[in-house]
Ligand binder design. Structure first.
Ligand code: GLY
Length: 346
């Protein structure tokens, strides 16, 4: 089993990666936690596949909340529902919440765990590639508001993250490709070996090693900047333009990974407009092979407007993530006016 660990503000977080791990997750969980009861939060896609398989591994009382699948449920009322379910079964601070699912389940459940009784034990079992390489690790939790995404939340490290790459076999191809955008991102910001790994025709057979390399980068970044005030921003490579096009498509036209893929190509082209070498051609080729889009289709003025509203907290400067060469990213403050000019030329 491959293991990684990190110590955040609320203590140690251990990450285990192993194909087949879900089959003996209960054993691993009870080596770390001593709860009197367990509550599993999952969604309507994952529950029929894995809820019973996980629940039956415990001899303790196990209860669950199954939320409808989808980003629309990532709101405070869903968290309140989880609180009610937990309190109805007599959940106490000694007990354990497990998030079994993708990014939405992980973010909501993490926030419920961070806030119920001022914080209870949390184990993340991510079931999508995106959640395995990104959202289940690093302690960002939260929900959306009508005003925007992830506007309410907390940094709260899960004590344990159990990553079983075999569960990815049941994912639709588009959901797998979605997570691959984040995998490619890690290659560009920190470790170009990842790009070589996923360029091999049989890379899916080695996805466990790919996940390990990605999570190692995320662990290293979060260990230095847990609260996202500096270095952690490099994880946003491709996300500045990506979030803008995601928003312009009302979060339904493009998935997060598709938007990030388009945003990474745009970021490399923007770097070239500023005088860097144009690194975009190999990225475009790789993303096409994975099945992700690469081209901006929205009106450039609209993209700039959406981008600026997303980043207004930085005043007249946007912290843009530029990649100087594969594996070397830099957080680069760019004046809004200059950024406007670049976006119009993309
Ligand atoms: N997904 C970016 C971060 O965790 O900071």
């Amino acid at each position: 089993m491959q293991t990684l660990s990190l110590t955040g503000a609320n203590g140690l977080s251990e990450i285990f990666i192993e194909p087949g791990l879900l089959g003996y997750a209960g054993e691993e969980i009870l080596k770390t936690f001593s709860p009197s009861r367990i509550h599993i939060v999952t969604d309507s896609n994952v529950a029929p596949l894995y809820l019973e398989q996980l629940a039956q591994q415990f001899e303790l009382p196990v209860s669950s909340t199954v939320i409808p699948a989808g980003e629309e449920l990532k709101r405070l009322s869903t968290v309140e529902g989880i609180y009610h379910d937990l309190l109805a079964v007599g959940f106490t601070r000694k007990d354990l919440i497990i998030a079994l699912g993708g990014g939405v389940v992980g973010d909501i459940t993490g926030f419920a765990a961070a806030t119920l009784l001022r914080g209870v034990s949390l184990c993340q079992i991510p079931t999508t590639l995106l959640a395995q390489v990104d959202s289940s690790v690093g302690g960002k939790t939260g929900v959306d508001l009508a005003e925007g995404k992830n506007l309410v939340g907390a940094f709260y490290q899960p004590r344990l993250v159990l990553i079983d790459p075999e569960v990815l076999n049941t994912l639709p191809d588009t959901t797998f490709a979605d997570g691959m955008a984040e995998v490619v991102k890690y290659g560009y910001i920190a470790n170009p070996d990842i790009l070589d790994m996923v360029s091999q025709p049989d890379y899916k057979a080695h996805i466990s090693d790919v996940i390990y390399e990605c999570v190692k980068i995320k662990r290293d970044v979060v260990a230095i900047d847990e609260h996202d005030t500096g270095l952690r921003m490099i994880l946003n490579f491709g996300h500045t333009v990506g979030h803008a096009v995601e928003k312009l498509g009302n979060y339904t036209e493009l998935t997060h990974g598709q938007a990030v893929a388009i945003g990474m190509v745009a970021a490399l082209r923007l770097g070239a407009l500023r005088g860097d070498a144009d690194l975009s051609a190999p990225l475009v080729a790789l993303l096409h092979k994975i099945g992700l889009p690469t081209e901006l289709t929205h009106d450039r003025e609209a993209i700039f407007g959406a981008l600026l509203s997303d980043k207004k907290k930085f005043g007249s400067t946007v912290n843009f993530i530029l990649v100087r060469e594969p594996g070397r990213a830099e957080i680069t403050p760019i004046e809004a006016e200059a950024l406007h000019e670049y976006i119009l030329k993309l």
